[in-house]
Each structure stands twice: as structure tokens, then as C-alpha cells.
Design a protein around this ligand. Structure first.
Ligand code: NAG
Ligand code: NAG
Ligand code: NAG
Length: 391
């Protein structure tokens, strides 16, 4: 009864001390095992290799002098002169063996295809590597451009065939209505060979304009650089802008790619673009501007007029102020500000000097006054003292 009392009274405490004991025992045993291992002449297995595998089953530790044998994994060949047997040394290390002992097997070397090139970007043709094929200029590839050396079972092989390089050829380009192209008698065009289109002369009146690309070249196998042009009568309406002045492109007839430039007369502002070009559909592009009365909205910037008279309006970059470029007014403004600051400093110095001077003067005066008063007092005193003895 007496002995059971503390056990039942403190069951939790007894339990926790028990687990603590177990824990301490575990730590002790682990330390002992570690000490035994480090003091004993034993080795544990070296870390696993990429190219090598252990022959037989691994053991937790090996005694000094014991040997372990490795062999090359699948897809690897042994390299002569490298060990695959390791011995446990007295300093608990293995006489080193390494991945260098086994080398990946190679796929058969593939040469350049005819009119093309084979590249080995991995610098090897072992399994895992790639070959990239490309064809010479004027030839196109038939087949896979990239093939891989892959391991299948014991031996690696390429997962594709060497592609072929075929000559790029084009059939004659399309014929067009009211026009023709050069070299029309040729039936097969080679890579980069070009033809030039032109429009037929109409007997009278309306002139035909070539709209689109004038020159086409064989850009790929059976592919021309662009669609053929058209021969059309292009005649844009006379450009008239009310309350505007035409600055450039004056004329009577307005045909393909003709350009006009407008400005608005004083008191009017422009809505639209200053420059318009006659397009292949006989339409001004962008539409001719409008000159509107009344003040422009407060947030509209004054239009920057760019005169572009070239036939292709988009060749010239728009005139713009590049941000971050030194502002030409900058240095002047800086100098001006410096002068102002200097002036302010000078004025301040002068003011301070004047104040100091005034204060000094007043101080001096007061001192003088005191001195005079003192003199006067002594004089008075001397008068009274000199008067006393006379009595
Ligand atoms: C262990 O001993 C072997 C030869 O007995 C030696 O080659 C190796 O460098 C030693 N290793 C270390 C870590 O001291
Ligand atoms: C082989 O080179 C290609 C291209 O540079 C790369 O994408 C690929 O990962 C490389 N393969 C190996 C195994 O290094
Ligand atoms: C310019 O005209 C377009 C339509 O032509 C209109 O939407 C726009 O508000 C006009 N802008 C001004 C500033 O009048």
C-alpha cells in the first residue's frame, strides 16, 4: 500500500522519466556505436556512382583489407587502366575508384549529308547526345533536323535517319492581268532568282500602275517572296482641304504613292494628319485632314509637321525630342540660377555686416556714455570732497 502510493500519485512523472531514460540510453548506444566504428578499422560503402554498380549485396560496414567489386552499368564500357575493385584502407577510406572507370557507349558516327552539315553540339556521339543537321544555302531539309543517340537495351542507337538536302526550286510566279514579268520563258527558278513585274501600256488615256511588290524572288522551295503585284488605274480624288493650304504635292493628277501635305490657315486647327498618300485603292491614306475653327482643346499639342516627300512615307522616322537628351536651355538656366544664389548670398553678407556695424556703434556709444557719466560722477564727487575740507 505504501509503495504503490507514489506510483499512482505521479503516473505522468514516472512515465516521462522512463522515456527520458530510454532516450538517454539510445544516445549513449549511438555514441558508443559511432566510437566503436571510428575506433575500429572499418569502412562504409562509398557513395553510389553514375557509371558503376556494386557486384553483390552491400554490407553496413567492411573490415580493413576487405574488397568490394564494381562493374560498369548498362550502356557503359570499362576503360583500361582504371580499377573497379576497391579495398578498405586503415584510415577508413577506399582506395579510390571513380566514374572514369566506365565510359558511355557511342552511337555510330554520322557524317555530313550531301549538300549539308552534321553538328555535334554536345561534342560527343555517346548516348544522350544529339546531332543537328542543316543544309547549305539553296537547299532545304527533308527529314528530322535533330536526332538523338539513345540507349536501347545494352547498345545505343540513333533515333532517326540522316536527313536529305534537296535543291530549292520554284515554279514560275503567277501571271497577272494587264502585266508581265521578266524571264517569263524560264520554267524552273532556283533559290534567290528574281523576276520583275511591269504593267502593259494602254493604248490611250488611263495609265496602269503597278501596285504591290515589283520584284519577287524564289525564297524557299516552291515559295515566292511575296504575292504578285496588280496593274491598276490608280487615281485619287483632287485633294481639297477647306481653310487649308497645300504645301507639297501640288499637281493635277494624283496617282499611286503621290503625297500631299497640308496646313491650316490662321484661326483654324488641324484634325487629322498633315501628310496623306494616294494608295492602291485610289484613296488618300490617312484621310485628308480637316481644318476646324475654334480654339483647339487645351490638351492638344501643337502639331509637329513632318514633310515627307519621298514616295514611301514611312521611311523617315518622325521628328521627336529624345528624352534624356541634354536640353539646350539647360546650361543657361543653371548659370542663371547660380548667379541668383550668389547675389542672394552677397546681399545677406552685406545686411549682416550692416547689422553688426549698427550694433557695434550703439555699444560703443553706450560705453562712451557710461564713461562720460562716470567722469561726471567723479567730478561731482571731487567737488563735494574738495568742498568739505574747506569748512
Ligand atoms: C588513406 O590511405 C590511403 C593509402 O593507405 C591513401 O592513399 C589515402 O590518401 C588516405 N586517405 C586519407 C583521406 O587520408
Ligand atoms: C546536347 O546539346 C543540346 C543543344 O545544345 C542540349 O539541348 C542538350 O541538353 C545536350 N545534351 C546533353 C546530354 O548534354
Ligand atoms: C477629329 O475628328 C474625329 C473624327 O473625324 C473626331 O472623333 C475627333 O474628336 C476630332 N478631334 C478634334 C480635336 O476635333
Amino acid at each position: 500500500m505504501v509503495s504503490s502510493a507514489p506510483c499512482t500519485a505521479l503516473p505522468g512523472r514516472g512515465k516521462s522519466s522512463f522515456t527520458l531514460q530510454r532516450c538517454l540510453l539510445g544516445i549513449f548506444l549511438a555514441t558508443l556505436a559511432f566510437l566503436l566504428f571510428t575506433l575500429s578499422d572499418a569502412c562504409v560503402l562509398p557513395p553510389p556512382f553514375q557509371a558503376l554498380e556494386l557486384v553483390g549485396k552491400p554490407k553496413p560496414y567492411y573490415e580493413v583489407g576487405e574488397e568490394v567489386t564494381y562493374r560498369c552499368k548498362k550502356g557503359y564500357d570499362q576503360v583500361l587502366g582504371f580499377l573497379t575493385i576497391a579495398t578498405c584502407e586503415p584510415n577508413h577510406t577506399w582506395v579510390p575508384i571513380s566514374d572514369d572507370a566506365c565510359m558511355k557507349r557511342k552511337c555510330p558516327y554520322l557524317g555530313d549529308p550531301k549538300f549539308g552539315k552534321a553538328d555535334y553540339p554536345n561534342g560527343t556521339y555517346q548516348w544522350g547526345a544529339q546531332v543537328h543537321f542543316s543544309c547549305s544555302s539553296g537547299y532545304y531539309i527533308i527529314g528530322k533536323a535533330i536526332i538523338n543517340c539513345v540507349l536501347k537495351g545494352e547498345n545505343p542507337h540513333w533515333d532517326g535517319k540522316v536527313p536529305q538536302c534537296e535543291k530549292i526550286l520554284c515554279a514560275p510566279p503567277p501571271k497577272i492581268k494587264d502585266g508581265k514579268y521578266s524571264f517569263s520563258d524560264i520554267e524552273v527558278f532556283e533559290y534567290m532568282e528574281a523576276v520583275t513585274y511591269s504593267c502593259n501600256k494602254k493604248p490611250a488615256g488611263e495609265e496602269l500602275t503597278l501596285v504591290g511588290e515589283k520584284e519577287l524572288y524564289c525564297a524557299g522551295n516552291g515559295v515566292w517572296s511575296s504575292s504578285p503585284p496588280q496593274c491598276k488605274v490608280v487615281k485619287c480624288p483632287f485633294p481639297a482641304v477647306e481653310n487649308g493650304n497645300q504645301l507639297l504635292g501640288l499637281g493635277k493628277k494624283f496617282s499611286y504613292r503621290d503625297t500631299v501635305v497640308f496646313e491650316c490657315i490662321q484661326g483654324y486647327y488641324m484634325n487629322g494628319s498633315t501628310t496623306s498618300v494616294c494608295n492602291g485603292e485610289s484613296v488618300w491614306e490617312p484621310p485628308l485632314p480637316k481644318c476646324l475653327k475654334a480654339a483647339p482643346p487645351p490638351n492638344t499639342k501643337p502639331p509637329t509637321i513632318s514633310y515627307s516627300v519621298s514616295t514611301s512615307p514611312s521611311t523617315k522616322p518622325p521628328i521627336s525630342t529624345v528624352s534624356g537628351y541634354p536640353n539646350p536651355d539647360g546650361p543657361f538656366d543653371d548659370e542663371f540660377a547660380q548667379w541668383i544664389i550668389l547675389l542672394i548670398i552677397l546681399i545677406a553678407i552685406v545686411l549682416i555686416a550692416i547689422i553688426i556695424l549698427c550694433l557695434y556703434r550703439r555699444f560703443q556709444r553706450r560705453k562712451k556714455g557710461k564713461a562720460v557719466r562716470a567722469q561726471y560722477n567723479t567730478y561731482q564727487k571731487s567737488l563735494t570732497t574738495s568742498a568739505e575740507p574747506t569748512t
